[in-house]
Design a protein around this ligand. Structure first.
Ligand SMILES: C[S@@+](CC[C@H](N)C(=O)[O-])C[C@H]1O[C@@H](n2cnc3c(N)ncnc32)[C@H](O)[C@@H]1O
Length: 242
């Protein structure tokens, strides 16, 4: 189970360091925009989910024409950042799994955020039902091999399978599904943990580390993986409401 109050706390704490360190998320945002642009450029209403400091918001503003931009994040501090990018936005604070919407959207777009949902397929179905006729759901998120090394060291169990996301995409008559494996090298195991903290992804689990336990984890990490590597597993997909 994802601990939502930890997600809120860890991400809002990371916002001041997020942009400098979220290199993979920046690449993902650009690729997601390119995939979406192949479908459409003009929208009436756009909903962005999990905006954080607005990396994707900036790309939306530069790349699409729209009448209204609705922006959601579970962390209220995100509003401070996105208001600077698009002062005309309507900010909806809250957990996307809980928020009730009374309107429909031509584009619902999310970068690196939906993997923080407990029921990802349920959430994807909810979002698909919020699309207007011919509306587009465009998502980049992380697949089940993301942070594999760290998950195995800290005994973190995945709460979803990439295969189920693929099934959702194909069931909705889309073939637009891409997956990547990107490996980042670090100097030390501690540098990996620092990197995770600076981008908020340490929200994955609350782990109390002492000097000794940290040493033990580091030893185990090097035994298993020989050098400090962090695997990222971005997936990209587009579903349309015909
Ligand atoms: C890794 S950041 C991605 C930020 C941004 N989309 C980007 O392109 O860099 C994930 C964001 O999703 C938000 N988030 C996580 N779970 C959420 C949920 N259930 N509902 C809404 N936002 C959520 C976090 O607060 C965080 O700001």
């Amino acid at each position: 189970m994802i601990n939502k109050s930890l997600v809120k706390k860890r991400f809002s704490k990371s916002f001041s360091t997020y942009d400098k360190n979220a290199l993979i998320q920046k690449e993902m945002a650009k690729k997601l925009i390119d995939l979406t642009l192949k479908e459409k450029k003009d929208f009436n209403k756009i909903l962005e989910i999990g905006s954080a400091t607005g990396i994707l918001t900036k790309e939306i503003k530069m790349s699409f024409a729209y009448k209204k931009l609705y922006i959601n994040d579970i962390a209220s501090e995100s509003k401070f950042y996105v208001d600077k990018i698009e002062p005309e936005n309507t900010f909806i604070e809250g957990d996307i799994e809980e928020v009730i919407f009374n309107e429909k959207f031509d584009l619902i777009i999310a970068n690196a955020s939906l993997q923080w949902c407990n029921d990802i397929i349920g959430t994807l179905n909810k979002l698909k039902n919020l699309l207007t006729n011919n509306g587009i759901l465009a998502v980049s998120m992380f697949g089940d091999r993301n942070l594999n090394e760290v998950k195995s060291i800290f005994n973190i169990v995945n709460n979803y399978k990439t295969e189920d996301i693929k099934k959702f995409v194909f069931f909705n008559n889309s073939q637009i599904f891409e997956e990547e494996i990107i490996k980042y090298k670090f100097e030390t195991f501690i540098d990996i943990l620092k990197h995770m903290k600076l981008t908020g992804i340490n929200a994955i689990k609350e782990i109390k580390l002492t000097k000794n336990s940290l040493k033990e984890y580091e030893k185990e990490y090097i035994t298993r993986y020989s050098c400090p590597i962090l695997t990222y597993n971005p997936v990209y997909f587009i579903v349309k409401n015909f």
